[in-house]
Ligand binder design. Structure first.
Ligand SMILES: [Fe+2]
Ligand SMILES: [Fe+2]
Length: 194
């Protein structure tokens, strides 16, 4: 089960599918960013042994996803290149409190929410592309289970370190903030657009 406060608006996947070149480029950057964020957490919290081990595995999986998407770009002769990111992640980081341990809890929950939203969006794209018989549908279908597992892992790590009731109440605040960001977000060809 994905913990989110809102569902993506109807029609999002149809709009996204209009510019699959930008969606694929954005997706490649997101997988790279997911790996990099996990590695940053390992650097920042080396004494948290379970976090270090699990996020090391997660980072490797995200890099495998990155390589899968690079492969899809190459098949389509689309060069990997810079792309201006959606405002989503930057705005999501506004919820991070400045000091630990609260900051660690917030970082784990922001990561959990990003994984959940990515998973929801990839499912919508997979369903839409399957209905069109598009050859990118299997890529999105193949990633759903691992993104859902990553969502769960970030929540499990939070619940191991912090009392469950703190995790639940802060998660509700973070998901509400995330839902507001998406309701304000522009329509653009990004996985985390409005
Ligand atoms: Fe991924
Ligand atoms: Fe992930």
């Amino acid at each position: 089960m994905l913990h989110l406060s809102s569902e993506t608006v109807p029609g999002w996947a149809e709009r996204a599918a209009i510019d699959l070149t930008s969606i694929l480029l954005d997706h490649a950057h997101l997988e790279k960013k997911a790996a990099s964020t996990a590695i940053q957490l390992i650097f920042k919290y080396p004494e948290r042994s379970r976090l270090v081990l699990e996020l090391s595995k997660l980072a490797r999986e995200e890099l495998e996803h990155f390589e899968l998407v690079l492969g899809e770009l190459e098949k389509r002769k689309i060069p990997f290149q810079r792309l201006h990111p959606a405002p989503y992640a930057g705005r999501l980081h506004e919820v991070l409190r400045p000091n630990d341990p609260e900051r660690l809890l917030d970082q784990l929950l922001v990561c959990a929410v990003i994984e959940a939203r990515s998973c929801e969006r990839m499912r919508l794209l997979a369903e839409h592309l399957e209905s069109k018989g598009h050859d990118l549908a299997p890529l999105y279908r193949s990633l759903l289970a691992s993104e859902a597992r990553h969502h769960r892992l970030y929540l499990d790590l939070a619940e191991e370190i912090f009392p469950r009731e703190h995790v639940a109440s802060r998660l509700a605040e973070v998901t509400a903030h995330e839902a507001r960001i998406l309701s304000d977000a522009p329509h653009e060809p990004r996985l985390h657009s409005g």
